[in-house]
Design a protein around this ligand. Sequence first.
Ligand code: ZN
Length: 452
Amino acid sequence: MNAMSAVRSSDSSSLPECQSVAAEMSALMAELYPICRSITGDGLRQSLRILQRVVPMELHEVASGTQVFDWIVPDEWNVRDAYVKNAGGEKVIDFQASNLHLLNYSVPIHQTMSLAQLVPHLYSLSAQPDWIPYRTSYYNRDWGFCVSHRTLQSLPDSEYEVYIDSSLEPGYMTYGEYCLSGETRDEVLISCHCCHPSLANDNLSGMVVAAMLAQQLSQRPRRLTYRFLFIPGTIGSITWLALNEPQITNIKHGLVVTCVGDPGKFTYKKSRSGNAEIDRAVKLILAHLGQEYEIVDFSPYGYDERQYCSLGFNLPVGSLTRTPNGRYPEYHTSADNLDLVQPDSLEQSLRTYLAVLDVLENNKTYTNTNPKCEPQLGRRGLYTAIGGGSDAPTRQMALLWVLNMSDGQHSLVDIAERSGLAFGHIAEAASALLGADLLREQMDGSVAEQPR
Ligand code: ZN
């Protein structure tokens, strides 16, 4: 392996034709947005098939009734139509206008009833009277409608025809999986939930960024293996963990991708251990973005990191979002729509994920072959390589830090943290020093393994 291929250049997180990548992600979001998704059913299947155009994932179908740890894969839910008509025959609530109007997983019903009988089945938000809330009833058989508070208040005391043409019967739960093998079996798990209906940031943005991430990684050399999961929230990750327990030891790093399209600052929720390599890699990238960001400790709430970081698995999986769940007013309402998601935010999220993965790819440990005093860098052309640009002092410091700390014990992440320099500069310095035979790579054993 030559020096240049041993460590990829510091700007490998850049995207080719990033304008078209942002446009492609926005177009995918617009195509997926109207589909009524749930934790099972044809909307979920259809969405995954659309994403198969970007990432050739395999679709798995798990039968209803399958026991997965303490849970059971539920019956499959499909919906064709739903409405509430007033006494005059006008639709006052219409699933065709927004799939959020229907309580997700509603059982079928066709009945005429009074307003007093209907109201206990209506959900609204008095604080945001124009927005439709998003509600589900996956594990408690029920029916209901979600409406704006203004609509609720406008309903006269009268008779209403309630119609839900849905089915809830034994079928399958669908999920998508895509494995991109690398030189080693060490895996990075990238997981996103795909079960929300017309909600854009949570979590169409995650589905689209994850799909594009897979596409970008498939075109790059890979030391690590990447496993992408496109799954319904909670039951999907529980099912995948239950069905794949023997191979879980391969997972060395992971990220749950969600809420990555809004214009808010990046927020990283650490893995349960809090100091895993993924936690350190994300922190190094966010610290050098030149933007405000927030790092929060793990808590057993949120998205599928709850399952990956459950006590019995305790996987090194964090979650990199922009504004996280529950922290933006539009969350789980009809206002989490395509207007909330910005192409620039999607594109920057994708670039940031690629930069984090680049740290994991290049976080190697080296031994300085000339440890007694500094080697004469000028004689080896290393000062010339630095050039006279404005970042020349930083690049020189990176060379000196890598030489000083490469004792076969400290990784490039250790050196980036200690020096305060960007990982890209440290990796670039290591590449140059390796090319000048001033470093020798410390093999940890896993690199020599054969890919599956
Ligand atoms: Zn959600």
